[in-house]
Design a protein around this ligand. Sequence first.
Ligand code: NAP
Length: 256
Amino acid sequence: MTDLSGRHGLVVGVANKRSIAWAIAQRLAGCGVRLALTYADERLGENVRALAASLDAPLILPCDVTSDDQVRAVYGEIGEAFGSLDYLVHAVAFAPRAELTGRFLDTSRDGFRIALDVSVYSLIALARGAAPLMRGQGAGSVLTLTYLGARRVFPNYNVMGVAKAGLEATVRYLAADLGPENIRVNAISAGPIRTLASAGISGFSDILQVYRDRAALKRNVDAGEVAEAAFFLLTSATAITGECLAVDAGYNIMGM
Ligand code: NAP
């Protein structure tokens, strides 16, 4: 197993044991990476603290990604405790429930703003905060999670599809800005997985079934498989940046 002791990571987006972020955190921690995990509100802070009990000396910090002050405070704490940062995992998305059902045409201005702020701008804010801590040691790697709804229309995914399209463009612009500092920025486009966030999308069970029927591998993916690809992009894909890697059992390649 790769020994990554002495390396540090920030994982944003652990809500519970089903979270894709938690699978990635476990994969990194299993190789000795010391982690900082954040929670959006106190309600989920308990979950995160309980999960993190299995990690080695983790840093557990509050961070609502819509708050510049909280993002700044997270990096202040990481700077003090770790001194540097190697990996940033951004696994955060949100749209008001009313936006994830019915017609996209009815998207509200407020719903649009909230979805893009939480799900897209947060990557810019977090990457900007991470850069000085990565720069210090001459390399760094940032990873975010997207979905095929950025490129194709899925019923009820609505404004989240537009947010994910923005997120994928953001990956490319950040990769260009941070490339000269040897900081890589990539995305994984994961197949559908049952989590807290996906439970908010109406008809999600139907999406899972369609993937099982049509994906090249004729099955769904699990968070562990996404974590394995994330680990590759974060730790060893030294010439890959600005990319979006599909981890979807080959669903996106099929014509029908
Ligand atoms: P999850 O466990 O519910 O994770 C989503 C996370 O986003 C939660 O930890 C949530 O915290 C956090 N979040 C929402 N608003 C936030 C805010 N203002 N500040 C900080 N954190 C906030 O679901 P997941 O499926 O693993 O989602 C992780 C990522 O994978 C998302 O970007 C999602 O779009 C993407 N993805 C998921 C799938 C899928 O099928 N599950 C497929 C492709 C891509 P709270 O619960 O506290 O709000």
